[in-house]
Design a protein around this ligand. Structure first.
Ligand code: PBG
Length: 299
């Protein structure tokens, strides 16, 4: 039997699919894994913000269909790009060990070092709001495309700086690109730096893939996703969230922002159960959020 693993075709997606294949083969010696590349709407449309054209489903829709039609046995995703609510027939069977969760700034040594009025390329509402919160003088312009495309735009002078996830840069071997921004300055996106593998619920692939699950990563990322679900967050709402395993359970930090960064609310909660912690922190933050922030969330 050949195990068919669906993936997007970007260099980062193919790297993550290769890591998944290696983990599957290590857990199941002799298993033959074939990568099946699927082009998604998110890959095709490069000139508009995702919010305008339909959101995160654009990264998964075509892969979901290939999975549900039985063309592939499993799909590899950056969990950050996977919608909070998934079709009932699809299950997240495993996550690979999480990479560096931080964002990296490329083009300046730190956020404080950016010249007054500098132009920063980013299409992420979270990064935009967090940057403007720290530096209201900055100008944020739309920057889309895969990691290499964005670095090329920066090199071409379209912006003074850009922000990218350390995880993606590291996985592409770009360990020296950019400066890591401390978590206290920029809380990462929920699920950032996590790779997840989805299967058809109840299929033979489910236990096979579950064998490579990194439990601490799954626990943290599922907590961040529970928080998002409880927020009723549209996927374009400016929100940061990071869970970590602590003695006796899980601790979750999160921040909600107004789109222009003028207002924000943040907090931290801890408990034994990730879903409970996520829901409790969502309730707490929504209860305290100023109107400019609360109206961005579905409640
Ligand atoms: N939205 C694009 C996306 N999805 C996942 C990553 C990087 C890897 C990750 O965070 O898991 C990126 C690029 C980026 O934000 O720099």
């Amino acid at each position: 039997m050949i195990f068919r693993l669906g993936t997007r075709g970007s260099p980062l997606a193919l790297t993550q699919a290769g890591m998944t294949r290696d983990a599957l083969v290590a857990a199941h010696p002799g298993l033959e894994v074939e990568l099946v590349t699927v082009r998604t709407t998110g890959d095709r449309v490069q000139d508009r913000a995702l919010a305008e054209i339909g959101g995160k489903a654009l990264w998964t829709k075509e892969l979901d269909r290939a999975l549900l039609d039985g063309e592939v046995d499993a799909c590899v995703h950056s969990m950050k790009d996977v919608e909070t609510i998934r079709p009932a027939e699809i299950a997240i069977a495993a996550m690979l060990p999480r990479a560096d969760v931080r964002d990296r700034l490329i083009g300046a040594a730190s956020i404080a070092d950016l010249p007054p009025g500098a132009i920063v390329g980013s299409s992420s509402p979270r990064r935009r709001a967090q940057l403007l919160r720290l530096r209201p003088d900055l100008r944020i312009i739309l920057f889309r495309g895969n990691v290499d495309t964005r670095l090329a735009k920066l090199a071409a002078g379209e912006a003074d700086a850009t922000l990218l996830a350390a995880a993606g840069l590291d996985r592409l071997g770009r360990h020296d690109t950019g400066q890591a921004i401390p978590i206290d300055q920029m809380l990462p996106a929920p699920s950032q730096a996590a790779v997840g593998i989805e299967v058809r619920a109840g299929s033979p692939a489910a236990p096979l893939v579950a064998a490579i699950d990194d439990a601490p990563t799954s626990k943290a990322v599922l907590t961040e996703r529970a928080f998002l679900a409880a927020l009723g967050a549209g996927c374009h709402s400016p929100v940061g969230a990071l869970a970590r395993i602590v003695e006796g359970g899980i601790s979750l930090r999160a921040q909600l922002l107004a789109e222009d960064g003028s207002e924000a609310v943040e907090g931290e909660q801890q408990g034994a159960d990730g879903a409970t912690v996520g829901a409790a922190l969502a309730r707490d933050l929504l209860g305290r959020a100023p109107e400019s922030v609360r109206r961005l969330f579905g409640g």
